[in-house]
Design a protein around this ligand. Sequence first.
Ligand SMILES: [Zn+2]
Length: 244
Amino acid sequence: MSQNGLDLLVLGAHPDDAEVHVGGLLALAARRGLRGAILDLTRGDLGTRGTPDTRRAEALEAARILGSQRIILELPDARFGEGNPERDALIQQLRLLRPRVLILPHPEDNHPDHRRAFRLGREAAYYAGLKNYPAAGEGWRPEAVAWVGGVNPPAPPDLVIDVSEVWETRMAAFDAFGSQFTENPDLPPTRIAHPSFRRGIEGRAMHWASLIMAQWAEGLWCEKPIAPALLRLVARLNPGDGPR
Ligand SMILES: [Zn+2]
């Protein structure tokens, strides 16, 4: 890790959470020469499909396609708590990776792991900056925290990022999770393996893009006023037009 740390860190509860929502952002960051990474809290070891090993291999391949670093913490899927051990593990990673912008799962997502990951991530981002907080590493607080909209965003995004130029790469990374997102009559049916889940991703990206006259876009939500670090990130991703 460079002295200066990451431009962008995406926190997920499971491998594939980042790719479902902000794969385009990560691919675009890599294309612009920014440093992006994905931090998964678990290996998704309780998923209906795929073994922890398959999921790990798929996750590493997806990150390679996006041009992102990936760190998989091995907290227990669905059973990770919200206590000091989990928070400290996250604080340690934030102090090591030093992200300027941290992107979290949606706070009201229907999956309890995603909601818990949001709360843990937000708290860790704050405490990581307290110099005397007793976790490994030197104090570091992300300059901005934002979150994804989940699969049914309750409101329009606060920021819309044009990811048209990396859309195929972004969907190739999504498709790398073959055990999760591919219909297969030999495996138990799941909501995310149904073709409508993939179409939902495309549909949302088309809709956000229509608001800014682009082909494909991804949205971010954040506290107001929008932190300058977040505006700077969007301006670097979409330099032609600046923040939108
Ligand atoms: Zn998930």
